[in-house]
Every structure is written in C-alpha cells, then in structure tokens.
Design a protein around this ligand. Sequence first.
Ligand SMILES: Nc1ncnc2c1ncn2[C@@H]1O[C@H](COP(=O)(O)OS(=O)(=O)O)[C@@H](OP(=O)(O)O)[C@H]1O
Length: 381
Amino acid sequence: MAFCHRSQMFDQSLGSGQSKRCPKLSRYKLLSLALTILAFCVLTLVSVSGPQTIKTITRISVFVNIEGAALKGVNTNADKRVTTSQANHDLQHGDQLGSSQEDDLQKNLPSVIVIGARKAGTGALLRFINLHPWVVTSRSEPHYFDRSYWQGLDWYRSRMPPSLPHQVTMEKTPNYFVDRSVPERVHNFNSSIKLILIVRNPIDRAVSDYVQLKYKFYKHNTSGTYGSFEERALDKCTGRIIKSYDPIKRSLYSRHLDRWLTYFNKSQILILNGENLKVKPWEEMLKVERFLQLPPKIVRNHFVYNETKGFYCVQTSNAVTTTTTAAFQEAKRWPESCLGDTKGREHPKLRPEARKALQEFFAPFNERFFKKIGERFDWNR
Ligand SMILES: Nc1ncnc2c1ncn2[C@@H]1O[C@H](COP(=O)(O)OS(=O)(=O)O)[C@@H](OP(=O)(O)O)[C@H]1O
C-alpha cells in the first residue's frame, strides 16, 4: 500500500505496532518538514545579515567542492590545480581537512626534487615550501639517486612523507647537482619531473662548504689541522685557484648544469636566487608556487626576522596546518621555526687579493651559467 491514513501513522509513531506500517510516507513527510524548516532558516538569515551570509555559504560550498575533488584525486595533475586555484586562493591558511582523509594518506614518489646547490639555501627552501598546504617534503636528504640507487624505488618511496592525493611530494638532496650519474638516473625515473636549483654567489657558497668540511674534520679528528680556506683553495706558490678542491668544484655551476641540460629541458628546472631567499624569502617562494602551479599561499607574514640568527624564520603561529589528523600533522611537523646551527656559521674573512683571484676565476663560469639560464645575478662582490 502506497498511502495510509493519518491515524495509522500516528499509531505507528506511538509505537503501537498494531497498525499497518507505512514508513515511506512518514520519512518523506519528515524530510519535507526538515527541508522546509532549513529553507526558512536560510531565508531568514539572508534577509537579516544580507551579503555576508551569502559569502559564508559560498565559501563553505567552495571548500567542500575543492577538498571533495582533491580527495577523489582529480587534482593530481597541474592543469586541474590551476582550475581550482582561483577559488582556493580565497581560502585562508589553516585549511582544515576532515579526519576521514587519514585513509587517503599514502607515501608517494617525489614529483619535485631540489637538486642543489649545497650550501645555497636548500634547507631554508624546503622548510619554507613546507608551509604550503599542498606540499609535503621529506625530512632528511634521501640520497637515493647518488648513494642508494641500488635500494630500488620501494626504498625511495619509504623515505617520503605520507601525503594526500592532491599534494605534491618533494625531496632535496643537494649532492645530486654535482654527481655525474644522477641526471640520467633521474631522467629514467621520471622524464617530466620538476627540478629546483638554488644558487648563491659561488665564492660564498665555496666558503660555506669549506666551513662545513672543517667542522666535520674536527668532529672526527682529534689531531691535525684542516687549514684555512685560502690554504686549501689557493695554490701557495702561484696563488692560482685549485679547481680540484671540492668546494671550488661544486661552485662551477655552468659545468654541473650542462649535465642536467643534456637530459632535461630548461623549462623543467627552476633556478632560485639564494641571496634573495635570505632577505625576501616570500619572493622566492612565490616563484616556487608558480613553477609548481600551486595557488599562492606563502606570504610575507609567515616570516619573522630573527636578529640573533640573522635570518628569517617561520612565524609558527601563522604556519599552515592542512589537516587535523595526527598522522598527517606528523608529516607536516617541523621542530623549530628557525633552521638549526649548521646554517649561518661564521665565515672566515678573505684577504682582498684572495677574493679578487676567486672573482676572476669564477667570472667566466658565471657568465656561461647566466647565458644558459637567461638571468643574471649580482655576484661581482
Ligand atoms: N632563513 C634561513 N635560515 C638559515 N639559513 C639560511 C636561510 N636563508 C638562507 N640560508 C642560507 O642557507 C645556507 C645553508 O644552505 P643549505 O641549507 O643548502 O645547506 S646544506 O647544503 O643543506 O648543508 C646558509 O649558509 P651559511 O650562512 O654559509 O651557513 C644560509 O646562509
């Protein structure tokens, strides 16, 4: 029977159990009543608070649409990210995802790699891009393509943080830039991968590298001396630069880039300015967001200048949390807002004539590098 008498329904609602059951009609009526009340409430709200309510309702539906689409995995390719980016731009940092999304967490192979250069700001870059809710980064350098290639892709994947389907997985291993076997291996892994290279004045980078090597030397040796930078990098008799000294060799950017350009298109490699990352990190992060076709999320007020460190650190109160789930929070968690003590060690002061010799030595390599990347940096200091 499709319909029944009102009194029968009443009996049923009282739970008499004696009348003929007619659940379809009662549910239907209840649902209509609920919808009518809801519509009434919405109309009343809109008439009372006007456009603000409409905006709020729109924001809720945009949020549901974006995150719903993301969960279905439709945002895994860049074009679709751009489609939703305009709407997503409206959302503020601190987007909260539902706890059910924990089921969608999985470890993915990276689609973006920061290949170097060592001591040019790769740590800060990774720390800062980790602010973006659509990016997850590995905590330590996996060194897969240079030292652990034999371990295979499952091992590589295991080094990655858990991520949601719409998120970009990124790793950094600055040694990749200079290792001869890496470009071909990366190309075999994923020929359309996106690569990021951050560079810094090659002299400052070499000195920073030297300071780190010296530090490691004294950590492992109780006797002997490591020598000064000038003793290591300049020939005592001729004053010429010792090209084979590792910190010098690593600063010959054009040579290393050449090897990458035999396997990858220039458009696949984003070059960042390490000097600017120090003074205006938000500008360099915008370049990264554009390169990865991500909605711009990292802004000036995520950074606070730390006088003691002499660097920008992350304003933790403004840091992004993408989800409420514990596992994912762990993946996005960084212990401190500033980078550790291995960054910003004091550099030895070079004699003016040593600096000049280094400038003259690096100049032609720098010129070749600028020509290749179609951009110049102010490294004449
Ligand atoms: N915000 C912020 N905080 C700390 N450090 C910063 C920052 N921005 C740039 N830098 C510069 O990063 C330099 C270290 O570079 P890397 O992180 O690439 O070093 S490493 O290769 O991972 O060891 C490090 O070089 P040194 O100053 O020579 O230690 C810094 O100058």
